[in-house]
Ligand binder design. Structure first.
Ligand code: NDP
Length: 275
């Protein structure tokens, strides 16, 4: 079984970002907005801020109290939309319940939408037009490329249909000529579906969802899940899958670093397009 580590693949994305940065006459500025003190969000935002500075971007984190109103948040986004020194805007999800995430996403200028969640970017992705791509799906593709995993003509099964992972990943896999199936909580005979996969992606958010009997021997298994179990980070794929899979991403250290690296690249790409 080959372990598909994210670090080397992430490094080549970061290298690409650094090289493009050299050709810009200004330093792109990433603005990350966080509401409240959810520990996972605090740690993700810290990671993004640190990585941005590390590769030579400017980075500002805006922290608003959890009880801030939606109107306050939208005012900040509008301000950043107008700010010439804001090239990338990211609002860390999930947001508190009293805020409508979709309205927030739709308020971000699509040219600055480095998460790639704005409907304009989503639509362009499906139409095959130039867009800012969502970081995790684009990172998954970059990981496959780095490890020379062939996608064209392959059966790719994605378990999970969220707007941030499953659906956009399906569009990207399709753009690489894979035959794509999306499964979800209502899929009947899930193991029958997953056993068809040459490349199986788990993006569910539940440890142990993918068990060995659900995997075709030799398949590539990409574990997107990040779950906290007994104080440890684990994915959606049961450890025993190692015995069956041909290649598998570790958690942590697989898809996670790709997401952050792709955010850095997106910030540089957004800055280039705003010139
Ligand atoms: P969501 O909760 O938005 O979506 C989960 C999906 O899994 C849904 O489509 C749901 O189906 C499906 N599902 C739930 N239970 C089952 C089941 N028993 N069988 C089949 N499908 C099921 O999650 P996200 O897409 O936001 O995230 C998924 C995981 O990926 C999480 O662990 C998250 O932390 C992680 N993640 C990791 C990232 C990284 O950088 N490594 C980045 C983003 C997310 P239905 O639609 O029917 O409810």
């Amino acid at each position: 079984m080959i372990e598909l580590r994210g670090a080397p693949a992430a490094e080549s994305l970061l290298q690409q970002a650094r090289e493009r940065l050299q050709n810009l006459p200004f330093v792109p500025h990433l603005h990350v907005v966080r509401l409240g003190e959810d520990p996972a969000s605090v740690s993700y935002v810290r990671l993004k801020d640190r990585k941005a500075r590390e590769i030579g971007l400017k980075s500002t984190v805006h922290v608003l109290p959890e009880e801030s109103s939606q109107a306050d948040l939208l005012v900040l986004i509008e301000h950043l939309n107008q700010d010439q020194d804001a090239h990338g805007i990211l609002v860390q999800l999930p947001l508190p319940r009293h805020i409508d995430a979709q309205t927030v996403i739709e308020t971000i200028n699509p040219l600055k939408d480095v998460d790639g969640f704005h409907p304009e970017n989503v639509g362009k992705l499906w139409l095959g037009q130039e867009a800012l791509l969502p970081c995790t799906p684009a990172g998954i593709l970059a990981l496959c490329d780095h490890h020379q995993i062939q996608l064209s003509g392959k059966q790719v099964v994605i378990v999970g249909r969220s707007n941030i992972v499953g659906k956009p990943l399906a569009a990207l896999m399709l753009s690489r000529d894979a035959t794509v199936t999306i499964a979800h909580s209502r899929t009947l005979n899930l193991s029958e579906v997953t056993r068809r996969a040459d490349v199986l992606v788990a993006a569910v958010g539940r440890p142990g969802t993918i068990t060995p009997e659900m995997v075709k021997p030799g398949a590539v298994v990409l574990d997107v899940g990040v779950n906290r179990l007994e104080g440890k980070l684990v994915g959606d794929v049961a450890p025993e899958v190692q015995e069956v899979a041909g290649a598998l991403t570790p958690v942590p250290g697989g898809i996670g670093p790709m997401t952050v690296a792709n955010l850095m690249l997106n910030t540089v790409l957004a800055a280039e397009r705003q010139r």
